[in-house]
Design a protein around this ligand. Structure first.
Ligand SMILES: Cc1ncc(COP(=O)(O)O)c(C=O)c1O
Length: 429
């Protein structure tokens, strides 16, 4: 294990001990309070579901009074702005996949983060908090955050920038689903859609965002300064998952899980979660879910980054076409590298498998997700079959299918289709 990685695992362990101690201390004061408020909540939920079955108005009014008398002062449930709606996402048991595999397949519903509706909310908030802490951003001064993103990070940054008094300027490849750039424009961000290009090209979307930030700062006619968010390389990315997503999964599962499965775009999610969870559960299996055309699968499985035909810098265009957005990359970013040694295995998922899984999740579980979430679920199911029944696997649901209507979901229709495939068929696609 490289020195840096060892340092972070140790750091994770110490943080884990500190968080657990703090949590236990708080918990000992709060345990009875929490138990009774949970009981109350359950009671209220029962009453509310009873309401749906009441036809008689007088009985309904009586039941409402009963419910009102159980309300507390309520102030502790109020969130402090949109930033307060980030994190603490639910962990959902995907029933159809769990029943089929005999494993418990649990998914962290990151699409329920409340600003930009993806795990990138955590990252964007951390980037802005860190920059504010260093005095690099002044609200309402014209300060602008520049980012190269396939969409999700840009959407999260744009929303939080609005809440904090900054501007957002987003550079993204022009082959990403159009609804993402439409949404960015509605959030008031400036958007540059550029031709897909390898990282050696100065007009590649990440390089362009870095250049635009520098141009802003050096332009005396432009108010404020430009700040390059740099999600692929910044420490603020994996740390958001190390201090948020990882501890939440640990707490929500009570520390009982056998494997964590995730795709990697910047690598922040898989690294941050792996660094935290492996410090608590050294035997945990961490598995990368990788889409077509990504070099990470080979990096994890065989220690070499590139399939020669996929290497960035040897070509001007993408050689492998995929409709999967947000995950898969052909370079080792800092955010992937920091947790690389902790990734035990990789599973390749193709477009047909991902589309089949996305359809399956809607048809059988009412869960409507985008392409990277579908890839994660295919990999989680394949891993469940490899491990055998009785294991508990956690994965991530990154964003909603609504972000993918014009591309990933374009040709799919749902509802009683005769060609409805089996899960076995999805794995074989
Ligand atoms: C929809 C979606 N899913 C997953 C990811 C990957 O997450 P990470 O960058 O933490 O590897 C991204 C990254 O942008 C994304 O946009």
């Amino acid at each position: 294990m490289p020195e840096q990685c060892r340092y972070y695992v140790l750091g994770a362990f110490i943080l884990g001990v500190a968080l657990t101690a703090a949590y236990n201390k708080q918990a000992s004061h709060q345990v009875s309070e929490d138990a009774s408020s949970n009981r109350l909540l359950k009671q209220q939920q029962k009453l509310i579901s009873k309401f749906a079955r009441i036809d008689d108005l007088d009985t309904l009014k009586k039941s409402l009074l009963e419910l009102e008398s159980s309300f507390g002062t309520g102030t502790d449930t109020i969130k402090e702005g949109v930033e307060g709606c980030i994190g603490d996402t639910p962990l959902i048991k995907i029933k159809s996949l769990s029943d089929y595999t005999g494993c418990e397949i649990l998914a962290k519903a990151e699409f329920l983060n409340g600003a930009g509706n993806s795990p990138k909310d955590r990252v964007a908030l951390n980037i802005i908090d860190v920059a504010e802490g260093k005095g690099l951003l002044v609200p309402h001064s014209g300060d602008t955050i520049y980012e190269g993103t396939v969409g999700s990070t840009g959407i999260s940054l744009a929303a939080i920038c609005r809440a904090r008094g900054y501007k957002a300027h987003i550079c993204m490849p022009n082959d990403m689903a159009i609804e993402k750039s439409d949404l960015l424009l509605k959030l008031g961000a400036e958007v540059e859609r550029v031709r897909p290009a390898p990282i050696v090209d100065q007009n590649q979307f990440v390089n362009l965002a870095r250049t635009r930030a520098a141009e802003h700062t050096s332009n005396p006619d432009k108010p404020g300064r430009g700040l390059f968010a740099d999600q692929f390389e910044t420490e603020a990315n994996w740390r958001a998952h190390f201090t948020g997503t990882g501890p939440e999964i640990y707490e929500q599962t009570g520390g009982f899980l056998d494997a964590f499965v995730s795709g990697a775009g910047t690598g922040g999610t898989i690294s941050g979660v792996a660094l935290y969870l492996k410090s608590k559960l050294p035997d945990l299996k961490v598995v990368l879910a990788d889409p077509p055309g990504s070099g990470l699968f080979n990096r994890v499985k065989y220690g070499v980054m590139f399939d020669p035909k996929e290497r960035e810098g040897t070509r001007r265009r993408h050689q492998v076409d995929t409709i999967i957005e947000g995950i898969g990359i052909n370079r080792v970013t800092h955010n992937f590298d920091i947790g690389r040694e902790l990734i035990d295995d990789a599973i390749r998922v193709n477009d047909d498998q991902a589309v089949g899984m996305a359809r399956w999740l809607v048809e059988h579980d009412g869960i409507f997700v985008g392409s990277s979430s579908a890839v994660n679920c295919v990999a989680a199911m394949r891993l469940a079959k490899m491990l055998g029944p009785g294991h508990r696997i956690v994965t991530i649901l990154c964003d909603s299918g609504a972000r993918h209507l014009s591309k990933f979901w374009k040709t799919e229709t749902i509802g009683g289709a005769e060609d409805d495939v089996s899960l076995e068929g999805i794995l074989d696609a």
